[in-house]
Design a protein around this ligand. Structure first.
Ligand code: ADP
Length: 607
């Protein structure tokens, strides 16, 4: 049994079962009072008639408390659960273990390590079994950063551990109140559950601290730290550089910001997410895959560990994956996003830049809808609960930049995908998400069909960070950057208008000037927006190379040689686009690269 949910005693009995919602009737204590139970507390249901070869305890979370009764959602299949079955209270909220050893893990929504389970029990976890989120056999070399007598408060640095290529910072328990004095500390190699430090609080009580702490997933890790002013929220002031030109230049996402990718099936959502997780300038990536088909999950688990990281090693060394298949109960699916965000916040609190990719938040919202339906709550739009929007907002609000207790800056960027049924963006989850996030990367089936990858439609996408991070762009790239980008977006719109006209009238029906506008927009699209994920050079364009390419492109488009008619214009743009694309495929400053620059110069001079 995991130490996440230590049973206390039988305090209730099952009184009704409705799929994964179980009603429990509370028992009375010696004084004739009902045992207290709190919302979001974890209880364990012990089915008496189940036929497992171990005592099954099914984890469930209290959703609603009534007089003498509570409704709980069970994170597992409720087969065999019967009226009268014993219920034990854990006295804890749904929590995750935080400590060294998280990186590289693949977990289910309740932080059960899937690979370990796969080794022991075949691919899926037998019901009623929980495994420690962090292996407590493994030893980590703890180096204290505080001495006996030091005064510390929640979130202060206590020591460090080398976790792969990262310095894992062991922080004072996030729920500690006031100041405490270090009364004992030891250095050496220990498991995550071994006490390494003792803290004596202002109330005189001693507390043992190990390298691991538990935190309830529905509460932000830094809630108390922010409230007490130990840690501080900062405005995002830098972009998350993805090396994808279309994103960084046109629809930037801030480090510590939020973005949404909606995608019809086959529009390149998977490829785009994997590019973002591979090339973004972040330290740690957390991927929540909720409600995937079981086969895709297995694929992720077996393929991802072998994907090379552009910075060396494999991607998995700095990644945590939370995955749930659609065959798992909805409650576990709903929990997985919170498990993912809590782990992300934990690394942010150490001062790291973390990227969380949640795929897809629609499935998470659907899980919420199912649960709400079973609780017979008053439904809102399309039967989603009335609190859908506030839940989505509360989730994205956990992203952000923080200054940690010791003055480091950490960030958590949250990119969520939505999968609107039939590509209908009007549905409630997409709408609520769009009102919350600050970047929208609208993948389009139409562009994917034309193989214009990444198939993000520049005419429907937007980013509020283009303005918000304006200072950064102007200082780090060049003055006038945002205006230039806006002009180019305008060009794309004008090009589209001409295109529509030409679809009706043909090329002959538009003026040479309009035709040139269309050609310029096409060139911008093909050279800059489109980027080949399967070419070793083009796959990733560092921001300074983006700046150079954009400057070159703007010069080429704004200073055309004399073009007398459409045929001449067409030939010119075919050559120009071809050369610029070849430039994209060449390593910067290689002989090829310089050769293409030369040829572009000659073409422009009409040589
Ligand atoms: P989805 O996850 O939306 O169903 P995928 O991400 O699997 O779609 O993409 C479908 C196919 O489109 C890929 O197998 C690939 O051939 C192509 N594709 C997607 N994105 C790109 C890209 N950025 N560059 C090149 N090809 C791409």
């Amino acid at each position: 049994m995991s130490d996440r949910a230590q049973p206390v005693k039988v305090t209730a009995r099952v009184s009704a079962v409705h799929d994964d919602i179980v009603t429990i009737r509370l028992l009375k204590n010696g004084e004739g009072e009902f045992y207290p139970v709190t919302k979001n507390e974890v209880v364990l249901i012990c089915p008496q008639r189940a036929q497992a070869d171990f005592a099954e305890k099914l984890q469930a979370e209290v959703l609603r408390v009534r007089y003498g009764e509570a409704d709980v959602q069970v994170f597992e299949n409720t087969r065999g659960v019967a009226v009268g079955d014993a219920v034990e209270q854990s006295g804890q909220m749904l929590s995750v273990a935080l400590g060294p050893g998280l990186l590289g893990q693949v977990y289910d929504g309740l932080q059960n390590p899937l690979e370990l389970i796969a080794g022991q029990h075949g691919f899926f976890l037998p019901r009623g079994l929980a495994v420690d989120g962090i292996d407590n056999q493994q030893r980590w070399s703890f180096v204290p950063k505080v001495k006996i007598g030091a005064k510390v408060k929640a979130g202060d640095l206590l020591g460090t551990v080398q976790e792969g290529r990262f310095e894992h910072r062991i922080l004072a328990p996030f729920n500690m109140r006031g100041k405490a004095e270090v009364s004992w500390v030891q250095e050496g190699s220990f498991s995550v559950t071994t006490p390494v430090l003792r803290l004596s609080g202002e109330d005189g009580r001693e507390r043992e601290v190990s390298m691991q702490q538990h935190w309830p997933v529905r509460i932000p890790v830094n809630r108390d730290l922010l409230r007490e002013g130990y840690s501080e929220r900062l405005f995002p002031s830098q972009p998350l550089l993805t090396s994808i030109r279309l994103i960084d230049t046109f629809f930037p996402v801030a480090r510590g910001g939020t973005a949404c990718i909606p995608g019809p099936f086959g529009a390149g959502k998977t490829v785009l997410q994997s590019l973002i997780s591979r090339y973004s300038d972040v330290d740690i990536v957390v991927i929540v895959a909720c409600g995937e088909r079981a086969g895709e999950v297995v694929e992720t688990i077996t393929e991802f560990p072998n994907t090379p990281d552009p910075r060396g090693g494999t991607l998995m060394d700095r990644t945590v994956i939370i995955c749930n298949t659609s065959s798992m109960p909805v409650a576990a699916r709903e929990a997985s996003i919170y498990t993912g965000i809590t782990i992300s916040e934990y690394y942010r609190q150490m001062g790291y830049n973390v990227l969380l990719i949640a795929d897809s938040t629609s499935r998470w919202a659907q899980a919420m809808r199912e649960t709400s339906g079973r609780l017979e709550e008053i439904p809102g739009e399309e039967a989603f609960p009335a609190y859908l929007e506030s839940s989505i907002r509360a989730l994205y609000e956990r992203a952000g930049v923080v200054r940690t207790n010791d003055g480091r800056e950490g960030s958590l960027t949250l990119i969520g995908t939505v999968s609107p049924a039939g590509g209908n963006f009007e549905e409630p989850v997409t709408q609520a998400t769009l009102r919350t996030v600050k970047t929208f990367l609208g993948l389009s089936a139409d562009r994917a069909y034309k193989r214009a990858y990444p198939a993000v439609d520049p005419l429907i996408s937007w980013s509020r960070y283009l303005d918000q991070l304006g200072d950064w762009f102007e200082q780090e790239l060049e003055p006038g950057w945002t205006d230039r980008v806006r002009d180019l977006l305008k060009l794309l719109k004008q090009g589209e208008a001409v295109q529509q006209m030409m679809e009706v009238t043909g090329e002959e029906g538009v003026t040479l000037e309009d035709y040139l506008t269309w050609q310029k927009a096409q060139c911008l699209d093909q050279v800059y927006l489109q980027q080949d994920a399967f070419d070793p050079v083009d796959v990733s364009t560092p921001i300074q190379r983006q700046r150079e390419l954009l400057a070159l492109l703007v010069t080429c488009l704004s200073q055309l040689p004399p073009l007398r008619d459409k045929a001449e214009a067409r030939d010119y743009f075919v050559s120009l686009t071809g050369l610029l694309r070849n430039l994209n495929y060449s390593r910067q400053d290689s002989p090829d690269y310089r050769g293409y620059l030369e040829q572009i110069e000659q073409l422009r001079k009409g040589a």
